[in-house]
Design a protein around this ligand. Sequence first.
Ligand SMILES: Nc1ncnc2c1ncn2[C@@H]1O[C@H](COP(=O)(O)OP(=O)(O)OP(=O)(O)O)[C@@H](O)[C@H]1O
Length: 231
Amino acid sequence: MLTVDTINLHYGAAQALRGVSIGAPMGKITCVLGRNGVGKSSLLRAITGQHGVSAGTISFNGEVLNGLAPYARAKHGIGYVPQGREIFPLLTVKENLETGFAPLPRKERFIPDDIFALFPVLNSMLSRRGGDLSGGQQQQLAIGRAMVTRPKILVLDEPTEGIQPSIIKDIGRAIKYLRDSTGMAILLVEQYLDFCRELADHVYIMDRGEIVHEGPAETLDTAEARRHLTV
Ligand SMILES: Nc1ncnc2c1ncn2[C@@H]1O[C@H](COP(=O)(O)OP(=O)(O)OP(=O)(O)O)[C@@H](O)[C@H]1O
């Protein structure tokens, strides 16, 4: 289980996270909902080690991650699908997937078949350049690249952003398959309420750098969630 305990995060003098605590258990999908600019990406940057925290603790299966570099966290099993996908545009689809080999021992440096079972389009485009793919295909590639690292937790930053509805459905199915088949923990941050409600086991709502509400997805107060999601 990933445990984030009372973290603060600053950009210079500006405080982006205030006493944020969340848990993301193995075998469950945990969603943090919030509108633009409330600190969702900052929370994921803190978890993946891209930005340090000024207070609080982040631990995974009992091991404290604070102070570890992003590559060390990848070795601990944290897989990251960043906002905007961050595909290498001039590398092919295959080469993009192979960048996920970095934290793996030599004998595990292959692309697992279930990536292509989940996203057949990647298999048919292996020699295409990443930059030539559509937004939805790039999102699938970013999830595939994270899966290559054999994560124990997959952390996704707004996987539905700018993606057409049919591919959003495919991505939702893939996320559920990963939870059910591998028992990994999945943490996603989103603004898209319906996607989150359909997918998540547990939901947190974030507003202005703080967690303002949490509960099981089936008891999520939709009106309350919408109030925090509208500007
Ligand atoms: N590198 C940075 N330097 C200074 N301020 C930043 C930086 N990155 C984010 N912020 C500020 O921190 C706050 C939280 O931003 P963050 O990107 O975490 O929000 P978000 O909920 O992910 O929003 P979005 O969906 O727009 O990415 C915002 O006020 C933002 O302007």
